[in-house]
Design a binder for this molecule. Structure first.
Ligand code: IMP
Ligand code: MG
Length: 181
């Protein structure tokens, strides 16, 4: 697999990701074995590949839905402010909700999501996140299911982007500093 110039190094290769996603799917399948109505809520766009791989390895029945967010994290308007720009197609009230997200960075997004979904009165609410950058945390929030902890680097691939690029690289790579400027 060719690595673009902007990618400094591969942090997690396809095999590492595949193995960990399998472990997460096994754990989630065990934990939700007796649950009737599990709905995976993927956060667009970053989670689309992770969600597709995870969902196909679950052995419990489930539905898939999506939301989309707009965040002003790196903008001047209001740091950490998150806005819902597309909601789920179906109501999650009374259902078992598992939010599927690509990465927890400052924690503002996941904190917002949990608060927003808790207000909808689901039967239960948990989160499954592929990556976490613990050094960057500004609000105390942790995923219930976490793939990997990574250092404070901008990562791309496997759904994650930089300016909407690099999403479909099959591995997770760290961008060169100069590529993020
Ligand atoms: P938080 O609100 O700071 O935790 O940011 C979470 C969101 O920022 C994620 O859902 C990603 O969309 C984006 N993000 C944070 N770090 C990265 C990264 O290294 N690569 C790609 N997207 C990232
Ligand atoms: Mg995201």
């Amino acid at each position: 697999m060719e690595v673009p110039d902007a990618v400094e190094r591969v942090l997690l290769n396809e095999e590492m990701i595949r193995a960990r996603v399998g472990e997460l799917a096994a754990q989630i399948s065990a934990d939700y074995a007796d649950v009737e109505d599990l709905v995976l809520v993927g956060v667009l766009k970053g989670s689309f590949i992770f969600l597709a791989d995870l969902a196909r390895r679950l052995t419990v029945s489930h539905h898939v839905d999506f939301i989309a967010l707009s965040s002003y994290n790196r903008g001047a308007i209001s740091p950490g402010a998150v806005r819902l720009i597309m909601d789920t197609r179906t109501s999650v009230t009374g259902r078992h909700v598992l939010i599927v997200e690509d990465i927890v960075d400052t924690g503002h997004t996941l904190e917002y999501l949990l608060r927003n979904f808790r207000a909808r009165k689901p039967a239960s609410l948990r989160s499954c996140v592929l990556l976490s950058k613990p050094e960057r945390r500004q609000v105390e929030v942790e995923a219930d299911y976490l793939g990997f902890e990574i250092p404070d680097l901008w990562v791309v691939g496997y759904g994650l982007d930089y300016a909407d690029r690099f999403r479909t690289l099959p591995y997770i790579g760290a961008l060169k500093r100069e590529a993020c400027e």
